[in-house]
Design a protein around this ligand. Structure first.
Ligand SMILES: Cc1ncc(COP(=O)(O)O)c(C=O)c1O
Length: 394
């Protein structure tokens, strides 16, 4: 990246004058279908929305709400909602071609089609959490999962996917290389690619994935019980999560939605670069950010279509902002609950603090002491060893 600032922000100048709900990509019907399916899974429960009054006061905001995805099923990240949902939908489509009838997803989950699915394979690339979701979904229904990871993905994350029965293959390049290799191998082997990112000609499955993520925002809106925050900060990898949450707010509140700001690590700020240029820009290199879930150099074009329409701004922050915030959430002052926030969970909060601390940026985003900020804490300790190291380091 030519830009060498420690952190930076940009206002989105590419919003259409007449926004289309969900940018025409994500729909209320898609969310309703995902909600009907996912809420029927065993052990489904909405994750908590914490009202962190102590931290809000300390940071200079009126309110600070934290949607805590460390409690999402047993996977400890919101990604559980996307990949596994898309796997089940694809299994249903596959069984329709094989059996000539649409079977109920409840029956697929109950294992009634394990024999028919035993030689059916889903494949994806991941920096950890999406692959875990795909592996979990595959295990739930009894199909095979082959997951490609890149050089920087930790051994702990690899083992977690293997723990769900997936075959994990490590490649030499970066995340974007693993996406290409997964797609090429799957095409040769006639496997179904269940990717969280999109590319030209490949949109339906990542759209399902994002519809699954929308449930997280839908839950948060319900938990806010009529209160509309002034600002939502969302971390971006390829942009799928940010697009899904942004679209959910836009579909529910239209012009009265909160300001939506997308945050990335400085080492993988492809959405920021894309927002500056007004069209997808690729970041090259190893993308070796501490925020492993956000280590993407190429945006999902579908996500960008939504974000260019709905996001108000884009920010990148340095890795060093994150560990102190992890420690602060783990050992809170006052009566706030302790929160387990993984390395990729706090990029949005870090961005809020950077913006609040610079007069020009704060004025541009109208972020001040009256602001009610909503953070999506997108993962807990998805790599427990790394989490323990970062939280205990002084
Ligand atoms: C914990 C966490 N937060 C946020 C993201 C960003 O999601 P997306 O790549 O859809 O932008 C990821 C992606 O893997 C993640 O693992």
């Amino acid at each position: 990246m030519a830009d060498v600032k420690e952190w930076d922000w940009v206002i989105n100048r590419h919003q259409p004058t007449a926004p289309v709900a969900g940018a025409g990509v994500l729909t209320a019907a898609g969310l309703a279908a995902a909600k009907a399916e996912i809420t029927a899974w065993p052990d489904y429960a909405p994750t908590p929305l914490h009202d962190l009054a102590g931290l809000a006061g300390a940071l200079g905001f009126a309110r600070l709400f934290y949607k805590d995805e460390s409690a999402r099923f047993t996977l400890r990240s919101f990604k559980a909602l996307g990949g596994a949902y898309a796997v089940i939908r694809q299994a249903q489509a596959f069984l329709k071609t094989r059996l000539g009838e649409t079977v109920a997803t409840a029956d697929i989950r109950a294992g009634r089609y394990r024999d028919a699915l035993a030689d059916w394979t889903v494949c994806t690339a991941t920096d950890g959490n999406h692959g875990r979701s795909v592996a979990w979904g595959a295990q739930m229904i009894g199909c095979r999962a082959v997951i490609y990871i890149h050089a920087e993905v930790s051994a702990g994350r690899q083992q977690a996917m293997e723990g769900f029965g997936a075959e994990v293959r490590r490649i030499a390049g970066n995340y974007d290389d693993s996406v290409r290799i997964a797609a090429e191998t799957a095409a040769e082997a006639d496997w179904v690619v269940v990717s969280d990112t999109s590319w030209p000609g490949y949109a339906a499955i990542p759209t399902d994935v994002m519809h699954g993520y929308m449930l997280m925002a839908d839950e948060a809106i319900d938990q806010l019980d009529g209160r509309v925050p002034s600002h939502v900060f969302l971390q971006g990898g390829v942009g799928g999560m940010a697009a899904a949450v942004a679209a959910t707010f836009e579909l529910r509140f239209g012009a009265k939605r909160p300001k939506i700001i997308v945050a990335e690590p400085s080492l993988a700020a492809c959405l920021f670069a894309t927002a500056k240029a007004g069209a997808p820009v690729t970041i090259e290199g190893d993308l070796a950010t501490l925020m492993a879930g956000l280590a993407a150099g190429e945006v999902s074009p579908l996500a960008w279509t939504v974000l260019r329409s709905v996001a108000d701004g884009f920010v990148y922050v340095p890795d060093g902002d994150v560990p102190p915030l992890m420690r602060r959430l783990a050992a809170p002052a006052g009566s706030d609950p302790a929160v387990e926030a993984g390395e990729s969970a706090l990029c949005g909060l870090a961005a809020a603090l950077r913006i609040a601390g610079e007069a020009e940026a704060a004025a541009a985003f109208q972020l001040d002491a009256a602001s009610e900020v909503l953070i999506f804490g997108s993962e807990g300790a998805t790599d427990p060893t790394l989490y323990a190291e970062l939280v205990s380091a002084a």
